[in-house]
Design a protein around this ligand. Structure first.
Ligand SMILES: NC(=O)c1ccc[n+]([C@@H]2O[C@H](COP(=O)([O-])OP(=O)(O)OC[C@H]3O[C@@H](n4cnc5c(N)ncnc54)[C@H](OP(=O)(O)O)[C@@H]3O)[C@@H](O)[C@H]2O)c1
Length: 270
């Protein structure tokens, strides 16, 4: 089986789905050469499981990245760029997210804004900084040495889009689907649902704008997964969900540009 990608970056990879993505990528028969496992505090106690995993796999590089902190995103992307030198990053997985169970009665505006910042603005900022540093959207602006060719593989043309070439995968949620608007009375979750709907629009806009630059953009719903966010009551183990996600990622082509899929590859309504 071909490698999914030569280089992969995962946000929020110290626990839950992000940690399992890194674990399964590193353990795959043809692992990526570079797995940039990013999280808010890679050296601290919250990064312990990731530190232990990185000690077993030389492909895993720990990088500090807080998706709501612009200097942190810039620092992470520069570190990745210097590491890859003239090779491009193939696959960027925006996984970091937070939940909120606020109801119509309990929600306050600051909570709503915080959830938006992480779930909708964060993934967009990560992509934007990446593109800026790679020179895609800042033609004529000076790129630091070593970063200029950062996006080597993110070249022109929609033909042959794939995760092994250049892709942005936004981990979304079925709860953000306007078409489904699932289980609202039992799980109102206004901030979370609205932020994931906004993230979905970000994915659609990125897909439309970037496909001619050779970049595939797709939203993936991981299922209801047993993590800190999904709780023990969830239906899927994290291993099962991530195995499905990686199988779906390996199958993506230009036909999936701008798609919203679940962990089994089924299409979801926006
Ligand atoms: N679990 C489910 O059932 C489910 C269902 C649908 C969609 N999803 C989506 O799947 C993704 C992963 O969820 P999960 O279940 O793995 O959640 P989780 O177990 O709560 O883990 C969330 C991860 O995101 C990180 N994170 C949060 N804010 C961050 C920030 N500002 N910068 C960097 N990292 C940040 C957390 O880091 P810290 O440890 O530093 O907090 C943690 O690593 C999320 O986008 C979520 O919305 C999950």
């Amino acid at each position: 089986m071909a490698a999914l990608a030569r280089s992969v970056l995962v946000t929020g990879s110290n626990r839950g789905i992000g940690l399992e993505l890194v674990r399964q990528l590193a353990a795959s028969p043809r692992p990526p050469q570079h797995i940039f496992a990013t999280c808010r505090d890679p050296k601290g106690p919250r990064g312990k499981a990731l530190q232990e995993l990185a000690a077993q796999h030389s492909s895993i590089k720990l990088v500090q990245l807080d998706t709501v902190n612009l200097p942190s995103i810039q620092g992470a992307m520069q570190a990745v760029g210097y590491h890859l030198k003239d090779q491009g990053l193939n696959l960027l997985i925006n996984n970091a997210g937070i939940s909120s169970h606020a109801t119509l009665h309990s929600l306050d505006s600051q909570e709503m804004l915080d959830v938006f910042a992480t779930n909708a603005v964060g993934p967009l900022q990560v992509v934007k900084v990446y593109l800026d540093l790679s020179g895609f959207s800042c033609l004529g602006r000076c790129s630091p040495v070593g970063i200029r060719n950062f996006c080597h593989s993110w070249s022109q043309g929609r033909e042959g889009l794939s995760c092994s070439r250049a892709a942005v995968i936004n981990i979304s949620s079925k709860l953000g689907s306007l078409g489904l608007c699932l289980r609202v009375p039992e799980a109102p979750m206004y901030p979370y649902r609205a932020s994931k709907a906004a993230q979905n629009m970000v994915t659609r806009c990125l897909a439309a704008e970037l496909q001619d630059k050779g970049i595939l953009c797709v939203a993936i719903h991981p299922g209801w997964v047993k993590t800190d966010m999904g709780t023990e009551q969830a239906l899927l183990t994290v291993e099962h969900s991530v195995r499905g996600i990686l199988t779906v990622l390996a199958s993506l082509s230009q036909d999936n540009s701008g798609a919203f899929l679940d962990w089994e590859g089924n299409s979801l309504p926006w």
